[in-house]
Design a protein around this ligand. Structure first.
Ligand SMILES: [Zn+2]
Length: 150
């Protein structure tokens, strides 16, 4: 049995995110899902997972909402559909959520939430946009529902 992972320092955390980010630009599918698992182990705190997702979401270069949804799917993180939309919020359903599959403890899909927030901001939603997970499918990766509001 592996003992509790040693907490990474600030620099190592940033490196872990950068490493993940460069694969993110090139790869997709299962490879990315495995790497996400490693990233989440390196960043056990919810805040850091959300932050990493948000950073990547911002650089994905999404033009509009359908690009945001497509990018997530193409990277193997899940199949996203819009459940509800208004001028101040958006409810998204992620099927086959990879974040759940790889999260070791069932503590929610903070990376995916952050990713959605970053990508939505990048495609024109206000800087105040926050995404929270309304319901989590949990291990082994089912359907999660996220709510974005701004
Ligand atoms: Zn979830």
């Amino acid at each position: 049995m592996e003992t509790q992972a040693v907490a990474l320092g600030k620099v190592e955390k940033r490196r872990a995110v950068m490493r993940f980010g460069s694969s993110w630009r090139r790869e997709g599918g299962t490879a990315m899902v495995e790497k996400l698992g490693k990233l989440l182990r390196d960043l056990p705190r919810k805040k850091d997972q959300y932050g990493a997702g948000e950073k990547l979401g911002k650089v994905v270069g999404a033009g509009d909402l359908s690009d945001v949804l497509y990018a997530l799917q193409q990277k193997g993180l899940g199949r996203v559909t819009v459940v509800q939309e208004s001028n101040s919020h958006l409810v998204l359903k992620v099927e086959n959520c990879a974040n759940c599959q790889v999260a070791e403890s069932n503590n929610g899909c903070h990376f995916t939430a952050g990713y959605l927030a970053g990508a939505l901001k990048a495609c024109g939603k206000p800087e105040t946009t926050v995404v929270s997970e309304v319901s989590c499918g949990g291990y082994p990766g089912d359907t999660c529902v996220f709510m974005a509001s701004w």
